[in-house]
Write a protein of this length. Structure first.
Ligand SMILES: NC(=O)C1=CN([C@@H]2O[C@H](COP(=O)(O)OP(=O)(O)OC[C@H]3O[C@@H](n4cnc5c(N)ncnc54)[C@H](O)[C@@H]3O)[C@@H](O)[C@H]2O)C=CC1
Ligand SMILES: O=C(CO)COP(=O)(O)O
Length: 332
């Protein structure tokens, strides 16, 4: 396969555009696929994505298109759409993705209804034999798109594939570490969004920085319990895609999940708090809490977020409930 063989990016939102810039910066021609032909033509002509990444020039090596056939024959395909749309997008593109290299899933979430992780969705939908990988870690699209230093994790069941894809996509300031712990990486990415909403609520309610730090630590303990029960390795959760991303997302109003929580904490309803922006944790909260409950795992923070988002509990009731929980050993 020649250096001229493109990398595909499916999805022209903030993260898709940023990853297209990163892949182009790593020296590859990039085909950036959008579902909407007008949006693809505008991006191709304007060389900027003003809705999702204003002020960031599109790398000259990126070609934006809505032609699904243009995806065939690529070296690898990054799929960068919201988790709840992943199944539909993969179904639509199933034909060209049969010959578009390994499929790298970049969404952070669990599918509602089926309670499936993204790799399980992909394995159900993609043609047999298409390798699946997952990319996740602490990385704001705006930082990556501007070429600021960022490190993320790429996971594939085949360790050689994970190492190869990491080398392929790493660039001067975008570093990919690799692992074969796909489930561990998926749990970190999906779970941190839910827990970051909780941290936003605490800050939005004016409970202070000490409360936020306590919540990050207790939320991380929940995530570790979940990972142990669902086949993720603790050391993966301690890394970039777990603790690294939880700390980033729970500390910055730049995070849509944190900002969503902050608005909930300040008194907005879930619909008002979303404000038209994607907060993946709002969709994943119920699935995360439901999966945990089915195994008898305690995840009080995730349950609290699920209840607030569903409108079945108020912020104040949830906070009172969390503070009234029985004291226990810290590592029990
Ligand atoms: N923005 C960020 O900094 C990061 C985002 N992510 C993850 O990447 C995923 C995507 O997030 P963003 O790009 O930020 O969201 P976004 O809201 O900026 O963009 C979503 C894009 O997906 C497209 N889309 C929605 N439904 C679609 C469908 N059915 N078919 C085709 N395209 C569809 C939208 O048109 C839009 O272009 C999420 O799971 C998010 O958690 C991960 C790391 C960083
Ligand atoms: O995943 C992200 C950073 O790693 C982006 O976070 P938000 O989706 O909360 O903006």
């Amino acid at each position: 396969m020649s250096a001229e063989t493109p990398i595909n990016v499916v999805g022209g939102g903030a993260w898709g555009t940023a990853l297209a810039n990163a892949a182009a910066g790593a020296g590859h021609p990039v085909t950036l696929w959008l579902r909407d032909a007008q949006a693809a033509a505008a991006l191709q002509a304007q060389r900027e994505n003003p809705r999702y990444l204003p002020g960031v020039p599109l790398h000259p090596a990126i070609r934006a298109t809505a032609d699904a056939d243009a995806l065939a024959g690529a070296r690898a395909t990054l799929v960068v759409v919201p988790a709840q749309t992943m199944r539909g997008v993969l179904e639509t593109l199933r034909g060209p993705l049969a010959s578009a290299g390994p499929v790298i899933l970049c969404a952070k979430g669990i599918e509602r209804g089926s309670d499936s992780f993204m790799s399980a969705v992909a394995e159900q939908v993609l043609p047999p034999g298409v390798p699946v990988a997952v990319l996740s870690g602490p990385s704001f699209a705006a930082d990556v798109a501007r070429g600021l230093p960022t490190a993320v994790t790429l996971a594939a069941a085949d360790a050689g594939l994970a190492a190869g894809l990491s080398a392929l996509l790493s660039g001067p300031s975008f570093r990919l570490y690799h692992t074969d712990d796909v489930r561990g990486v998926e749990i970190g990415g999906a779970g941190k969004n839910v827990l970051a909403i909780a941290c936003g609520i605490v800050v939005g309610r004016g409970l202070g920085e000490s409360a936020r730090a306590a919540l990050i630590a207790r939320a991380f303990a929940e995530l570790m319990r979940f990972a142990r029960a669902f086949g993720g390795r603790p050391e993966t959760l301690m890394g970039l895609s777990g603790l690294g991303d939880l700390v980033l997302t729970a500390s910055s109003p730049q995070s849509r999940n944190f900002a969503f929580g902050q608005r909930l904490g300040a008194g907005a309803s879930p619909a008002e708090a979303a404000g038209g922006k994607l907060a993946e944790g709002a969709f994943t909260a119920a699935a995360l809490a439901g999966l945990a409950a089915a195994k008898g795992l305690e995840m009080p923070v995730a349950e609290a977020v699920a209840a607030i988002v569903a409108g079945s509990a108020s912020v104040d009731d949830v906070i009172a409930g969390l503070l009234a929980r029985p004291l226990r050993g810290e590592t029990d």
